[in-house]
Design a protein around this ligand. Structure first.
Ligand code: EPU
Length: 422
């Protein structure tokens, strides 16, 4: 039998101490792609050291961008792009590769990507991205799993998105930044990384207004200049660590985060009986247990983020009472709960709703991560459980969390990565 990597957690140890939050995964994917729009080199700081960032940098290198890395910073020189066709096998590894299409369309007037990969959490169409590119005047061919777009010149326009989409909003914003004239995006997503991408575009001389509201105005510019930009901290990593602190009845102080981005989660943790204190860029989470059940409904920002639904529902399996979790964004985002049934969790899943009956405790068991946030949820389950939990497919976790086991170990968790027989 082949050997595979697994995370093994010996649960029941409270997390205590201080931890630094890393730069945002989804923000970095958007901002890195946006760097291709520039006419000069740009330096990006605070990039997380995660698999999705490594893959995107490699994709950009293969397009001809010169990239110099120095720790968490990267200088990208996109002046001499040699290709407009990102490597399909790498694009399929991450969802964020769709941003290359908007960036290439804006910069060189053509691009071709396969349908992007990413976590299997339900249907993830990109029709709104395509609709936006077409509205800007691009010809888009969407056949055989490839999306090819070209234009002789994008022209600003009005784009009304049929649903609130983070990827669609950012992708249209990228292309529109280099269009002629003004573009208005209606029904835009308001997530922190939409705002961060707009701020980065503006640092290069673009003129984007209204990001963070549901109408974004982009005045196209013909030239973007170099700059140095620091990406914002990861909202979802912050939340995952907050939930882990509560789940282990610990006392953890998170540094370098943005408390305002965490309001939906903080409110739910407070409702459960967890203590959450915020000051400047610091959040302290303390718990003595005795958590109360709560109801969660995922929504676009500033609602409860779908990416924290999975870690949060892991925590709810040990809260006292019955919690309901409604997932409104993706249609298959409860696979972690199926796995947690092996650990003694009581959850009934029907379509987009999970009803969780809180249990006093979970028991360690072998489980498999089906996607990134399912992996994070299982780590939280393992930290709470008595005995050993073996988590298969830790590579999903590596896509979005930088050295998670090292950082949890530094907080007192007993977690290690081992090679085991499948
Ligand atoms: N949608 C469409 N058509 C489109 C685009 C989206 O119908 O053209 C639908 C989707 O099917 C979904 C909803 O709109 O039901 C929202 O999708 P959105 O476009 O906002 O999601 P995404 O861009 O595919 C990003 C993050 C996800 C995060 C969602 C929601 C990246 C690379 N991915 O995905 O992150 O869950 O926004 O906030 O930024 C993760 O980090 O684990 C993750 C999955």
């Amino acid at each position: 039998m082949p050997f595979v990597e697994k995370l093994v957690i010996h649960g029941g140890h409270p997390l205590r101490g201080d931890v630094q939050v890393r730069g945002g995964k989804n923000t970095s994917l958007a901002v890195l792609s946006a760097a291709l729009l520039c006419d000069e080199p740009v330096t990006l700081e605070n990039l997380p050291d995660i698999e999705d960032v490594h893959v995107l940098l490699e994709l950009m290198r293969r397009l001809g961008a010169r990239i110099q890395r120095s720790g968490r910073n990267a200088t990208i020189d996109p002046r001499q792009l040699t290709s407009h066709r990102p490597a399909p096998e790498l694009c399929r590894k991450l969802r964020g590769s769709y941003y290359l299409l908007g960036a290439l369309l804006g910069r060189v007037g053509e691009g071709a990507i396969p349908y992007p990969g990413g976590c299997e959490i339900g249907a993830r169409p990109i029709d709104q991205h395509i609709k936006g590119f077409r509205a800007l005047g691009a010809e888009v061919d969407d056949r055989y799993g490839m999306v090819e777009a070209r234009t002789t010149g994008l022209v600003g326009t009005e784009v009304f998105l049929d649903c609130v989409t983070v990827g669609g909003t950012i992708n249209v914003m990228l292309a529109a930044a280099r269009a002629q004239g003004n573009t208005m995006i209606f029904n835009a997503a308001k997530e922190p990384h939409v705002v961060d991408t707009a701020n980065f575009l503006n640092s290069m001389g673009a003129r984007v207004r209204g990001a963070g509201t549901d109408v974004i105005l982009i005045r196209g510019t013909q030239r973007l200049h170099g700059c140095t930009y620091t990406v914002i901290p990861d909202q979802i990593e912050t939340g995952t660590l907050m939930i882990a602190a509560a789940a282990t009845q610990g006392d953890v102080t998170l540094h370098g985060c943005i408390p305002a981005h965490m309001e939906a989660l903080s409110a739910k943790l407070l409702e459960m009986g967890v203590r959450v204190d915020e000051q400047d860029d610091v959040i302290r989470v303390r718990s003595l247990g005795g958590h109360r059940a709560v109801n969660i409904k995922t929504q676009a920002y500033p609602g409860f983020p779908t990416d924290l639904q999975q870690p949060m529902s892991a925590l709810l399996t040990t809260a006292s009472g019955t919690s309901t979790v409604v997932e409104t964004i993706f249609d298959k985002r409860f696979k972690h709960l199926d796995e947690m049934l092996r650990m003694g969790a009581r959850a009934h899943i029907s379509d987009r709703m999970a009803v969780i009956e809180g249990m006093p405790g979970l028991l360690g068991a072998p489980v498999y991560a089906s996607d990134l946030r399912a992996g994070a949820a299982l780590v939280i389950a393992g930290l709470m459980a008595s005995g050993d939990t073996e988590i298969g497919n830790p590579q999903y976790i590596d896509r979005g969390y930088e050295k998670l086991e090292e950082r949890l170990s530094a907080l007192g968790a007993q977690i290690r990565r081992v090679m085991m027989q499948e």
